[in-house]
Design a protein around this ligand. Structure first.
Ligand SMILES: [Zn+2]
Length: 300
């Protein structure tokens, strides 16, 4: 599928077809990027082209299994054993994933000053892997673990080596990964899994991500509001804005009169707040946006 070419005053006005709407929206995206100071809010849809499934999906298909809540995780060792067993299998898919054309385009736009900041709802670390070290990871990152007792953070890769030594041959995997690094496993396998405590204090280790039932740390939320405050425009990339933690920034921008553009496969909860909606594959659309922003807006 090609990125539509906007045709000002031309065929874009010819009808309500999606292609025409996308062309108008895409032209608006390029215009806002050219104006600089754009803040990006990204979601799972940006990482699907890296092979990380979006459990809300283009078609609204549901995640396999229910994500563990913070209350379950902290409530007992059986739940934590289940979490880490499944995560030990699912982590490989996350660890092996590489940034795609969409992440690279965002980083190019950041380096050229067209994008001023990136906020991501993703925990896969792929913005950072693409070079966007300043990306604010709203829901944390799977590449870190945190001790719930002494609050020290550590590397997930290091924990992974410890778990592998404690559970040799555990992951031989037909299991399928969820975007939070979780995977489906039979109960008998889970019960035999050995979890690793904090190497410093023996406390409970948790991935440094915000679980369902847990709040995003206030300073991080505040930082995001400040970034949105300073934005010339807010561009949502690959999020259906299902959860309030992301949707609130879209509402906040819209209330302040800051234009919001949403690039996503399928409808989102923020659609009525957006000045433009683009339903296109992200890698292709963003690569084309970079080309047009750099080369000028193209022929009139
Ligand atoms: Zn500790």
């Amino acid at each position: 599928m090609g990125v539509p070419v906007a045709s000002p005053g031309g065929s874009a006005a010819g009808g309500p077809a999606d292609g025409a709407a996308d062309a108008v929206g895409f032209a608006e995206l390029v215009r806002l990027l050219a104006g600089r100071g754009v803040v990006v809010l990204s979601g799972a849809g940006l990482s699907t082209e890296s092979g990380i499934p979006d459990y809300r999906g283009e078609t609204g298909s549901r995640r396999r299994g229910t994500p563990m809540t913070y209350q379950e995780f902290t409530g007992g060792e059986a739940a934590r054993r289940r979490y880490w067993a499944r995560s030990h299998v699912g982590w490989r898919a996350i660890a092996r994933a590489e940034p795609n054309a969409g992440h690279r385009a965002v980083e190019q736009l950041r380096r050229s000053g067209h994008v001023s900041a990136v906020i991501t709802q993703n925990v896969d670390g792929l913005h950072r892997a693409a070079g966007t070290r300043t990306a604010v990871e709203l829901h944390g990152g799977l590449h870190r673990v945190v001790c719930l007792t002494c609050r020290r953070t550590g590397s997930r890769a290091e924990l992974d080596r410890r778990l592998e030594l404690l559970n040799p041959g555990f992951r031989d995997g037909s299991a399928r990964a969820n975007p939070d690094g979780d995977a489906e496993l039979p109960q008998e396998l889970v019960e035999g899994f050995r979890i690793a405590p904090c190497p410093e204090c023996g406390g409970v280790l948790k991935p440094d991500v915000v679980f369902f039932g847990e709040s995003v740390p206030k300073p991080r939320v505040q930082r995001c509001f400040e970034l949105v405050d300073s934005a010339q425009a807010l561009v949502v990339l690959g999020s259906s804005l299902t959860v309030m933690s992301g949707l609130r920034f879209v509402r906040y921008a819209a209330r302040a009169g800051t234009p919001v553009v949403i690039v996503n496969r399928g409808a989102t909860r923020g659609d009525e707040l957006a000045v433009a909606r683009i339903d296109l594959p992200l890698g292709e659309a963003l690569t084309e946006a970079v080309r047009r922003v750099r080369g000028g807006a193209g022929p009139a």
